[in-house]
Design a protein around this ligand. Structure first.
Ligand code: BES
Length: 458
């Protein structure tokens, strides 16, 4: 018996419907930005709860069967709408938790009071990743009751804190979320005016290293010169992590050259905000350094603050390290390599203790096939004929590797909601509103094109 198929909205109807949806979407984005839902330990998690409620309300408003779920961690929201007969199901991922805001004095406006300046909406989470949630909502609202695919909205509540309970959540709801296509709206576009599909992502290993040389602080005049202080020992140890050119010098980490595009150096310098006279470090093309090679950064040090430091030798000091892993590396193996390096390079017999914080796997996506073609064609239309670029991501979305294992048949489309000026995770995070309109249109067109591609495949 032939399957009854409903007509798929035309491109111009989709365009008009998205344009009509945008003002409401913008207002709802602002509403979400006002909720400071931070999943990190030590923050008031009642805001994450409120944020999950607000997201659930949005999904219910789109006619989705919606529930808030958790598995020991912070609340995620799942909303489903079954596929029309014969149509595919698309999982739409975003996260509703945000990064802490850090030093408030560095913000030009309240991080949790969204404000528009120069065509950008400023606020923590305005881009990463509340814009991702609203891009999904915009597409759903545009189609109303003519949605051409089934959808599963999955909006996580602890992505910025390492997604610790995500794996068990996905396992517990495996059947509800099983999909043909997965759209992860949590990456970045190549430039303002140039869309991107993210096809590789770095992994991550975060850990702490503590160095101890003394069992208590002693007078720096009485003992200095013969007794090493722990801070000097720590700094010397940390200096072994890079070679003179600034490449990571930890033996055993994977890295290669061969990124798909070049990053113009001037543009990159400006986007990074590198100060006059400072040079890049590492070797090879910028995109290789960012996408296909490891990076290591010292994120923080516990030691006496300069304003209060007495003339005493510091007995112990601790640093937090973060390694970005190239695709092909393994987080457990990489952690062992780093631990071995730190223990081997302990200066002057200092005691070195390494402790693990969290990790996430890198991944590579084979971005070929009809669903990727559908996405590229949607992007091209939304950006008025500009072809999307395949990019790597220096950052990490560790659970993509989990999705790949759980749903090996699904096409995973990692799409951008940020632009290179978004300053996600930093002060003055913002969303380019013109680009956001294109992101919303692209997502709606993508759903239509995925439905068309599935029909053609028959
Ligand atoms: N949205 C980011 C991923 C990203 C990074 C997009 C850089 C665009 C540019 C994501 O929310 C994120 O920040 N991930 C964390 C993962 C970590 C907590 C395991 C990251 O990369 O630090």
């Amino acid at each position: 018996m032939p399957v009854m198929t409903t007509p798929i909205m035309s491109e111009s109807d989709v365009r008009a419907a998205v344009a009509r949806a945008l003002p409401g979407v913008r207002a709802d984005l602002e509403r979400l930005v006002r909720i400071p839902g931070i999943a990190f330990e030590g923050f008031d998690h009642s805001h994450v709860e409120r944020s999950a409620e607000a997201v659930a309300e949005l999904l219910r408003g789109c006619g989705l069967d919606t529930k808030i779920v958790r598995s020991g961690g912070q609340p995620a929201v799942i909303g489903t709408k079954p596929a029309p007969p014969g149509a595919p199901t698309v999982l739409l991922y975003a996260h509703h938790d945000v990064q802490p805001v850090g030093d408030l004095s560095l913000w030009d406006s309240d991080p949790f009071e969204p404000v528009e300046r120069g065509g950008r909406l400023y606020g923590r989470g305005a881009a990463d990743d509340k814009a991702g949630i609203l891009a999904h909502v915009a597409a759903l609202r545009a189609f109303g009751d003519q949605l051409p695919v089934g959808v599963v909205l999955f909006v996580e509540g602890e992505e910025e804190y390492g997604s610790d309970s995500l794996e068990s959540l996905l396992a517990a709801h495996r059947d509800e979320i099983a999909s043909d296509v997965i759209v992860i709206a949590d990456s970045v576009n190549w430039d303002i005016g140039v869309p991107a599909l993210t096809t590789s992502l770095r992994g991550i290993v975060n850990c702490f290293v503590e160095v101890r040389t003394l069992d208590h602080a002693v007078h720096s005049g009485m003992f200095g010169g013969a007794v090493p202080d722990a801070l000097t020992a720590l700094v010397r140890l940390l200096s072994t992590l890079h070679d003179d050119a600034g490449s990571v010098a930890v033996e055993g980490l994977v890295g290669r050259e061969g990124a798909s595009v070049d990053y113009p150096e001037d543009r990159f310098r400006a986007e990074a905000g590198l100060v006059a006279g400072a040079s890049f470090f590492g070797t090879g093309r910028i995109t290789d350094r960012l996408w296909t090679k490891p990076a290591l950064a010292i994120l923080g040090i516990d030691a006496p603050a300069t304003a209060e430091a007495p003339n005493a030798l510091v007995p112990a000091a601790k640093a937090k390290l973060s390694v970005r892993l190239a695709p092909g590396d393994d987080p457990k193996r990489a952690y062992e390599a780093l631990r071995a390096h730190l223990e081997r390079h302990a200066p002057w017999g200092a005691q070195v203790t390494v402790s693990f914080e969290h990790d996430g796997a890198p991944c590579v996506i084979d971005a070929t096939g009809p669903m990727f073609d559908a996405a590229r064609s949607a992007f091209r239309i939304a950006w008025d004929g500009t072809d999307p670029v395949d990019i790597g991501l220096g950052g990490s979305i560790p659970f993509i590797a989990t999705f790949q294992e759980m749903f090996p048949e699904a096409a995973i489309l990692v799409t951008g909601v940020e632009d290179p000026h978004a300053q996600a995770h930093g002060p003055n995070e913002s969303l380019h509103l013109g680009e956001f309109a294109r992101v919303c249109l692209a997502e709606a067109l993508l759903l239509a094109k995925v439905a068309e591609a599935a029909r053609r495949a028959g």
